[in-house]
Design a protein around this ligand. Structure first.
Ligand SMILES: N[C@@H](CCC(=O)N[C@@H](CS)C(=O)NCC(=O)O)C(=O)O
Length: 242
């Protein structure tokens, strides 16, 4: 009934896997191989016109955008709720999720490109291969961004700019967590789930300024709690089939 098209290391896929585990829902896995550009295959783009993972198929209803998918799951399977009851707190939850996607995700994507040496793969491309790769991108903005990164590289100033924008959001989180266990109060919410895979990415990319928990102790304590969640462990333990 629930089929998830996802990739094992993808942050947005992890959001959905944590939510599924937290809610105790059974699901079928369809792993998408990003390295082989399976997410740009026409059959997949029909499901997800942006050509990104994850995509959820709920009995034929196709859903994209990980933050919206997890909210859909929470509304559709309400037994274990991951949203605050109060409408204003719910607005705050959505506001966090919006900031995580529009600021944090965008900027960590640029940093990961450098830190995970993704350029290496594209540097080997001949001009024809590069043109072919770019022509397969379904989203004009992504195409432009790839072309700029591959042809002109990423400057130190751009890296610093990205890190500073992430830092600002982490400061806000640290402030919000001064008197709370979770971002929206005493109960784990979709906002906590939405950001968790990205914090792990900051650690994996060894971004020392971002994971200096002495500088942001409330956030550090929150991060320890997140890593202890069985749902977090389940989502992160998913490995590539075969
Ligand atoms: N806003 C989308 C973003 C999805 C996204 O960017 N997914 C990444 C993996 S985390 C992806 O599929 N990247 C493929 C690519 O870079 O070409 C969502 O939340 O679902």
């Amino acid at each position: 009934m629930l089929k998830l098209y996802h990739q094992w290391t993808s942050t947005c896929s992890k959001r959905v896997r944590i939510t599924l585990a937290e809610k105790g829902l059974d699901w079928e896995s369809h792993h998408i191989n990003l390295k082989d550009l399976e997410h740009l295959d026409p059959w997949y783009v029909k499901l997800n016109p942006a050509g990104v993972v994850p995509t959820l198929d709920h009995g034929g209803k196709i859903l994209t955008e990980s933050n919206f998918i997890i909210e859909y799951l929470d509304e559709t399977f309400p037994k274990i709720s991951l949203r605050p009851d109060d409408p204003y707190e719910r607005w705050k939850m959505r506001n966090w999720m919006h900031r995580f996607e529009s600021i944090l995700h965008k900027n960590i994507n640029l940093i990961s490109f450098v830190k995970q040496n993704r350029m290496k793969r594209y540097e080997k491309f001949s001009e024809d291969e590069l043109v072919n790769f770019l022509s397969r991108q379904v989203n004009a903005e992504r195409k432009l961004s790839f072309e700029k990164r591959i042809r002109h590289g990423i400057t130190e100033a751009e890296m610093q700019f990205a890190e500073d924008r992430i830092s600002e959001v982490l400061d806000e989180m640290n402030d919000a967590l001064q008197d709370k266990i979770w971002l929206n109060g005493p109960k784990l919410s979709l906002a906590d789930i939405s950001i968790a895979p990205f914090v792990e990415r900051f650690e994996a990319n060894d971004l020392k300024q971002l994971v200096d928990w002495q500088k942001r102790p409330a956030l550090g304590a929150w991060w320890s709690r997140v890593q202890e969640l069985p749902s977090y462990k389940t989502a992160f333990n998913f490995t590539i089939p075969g």
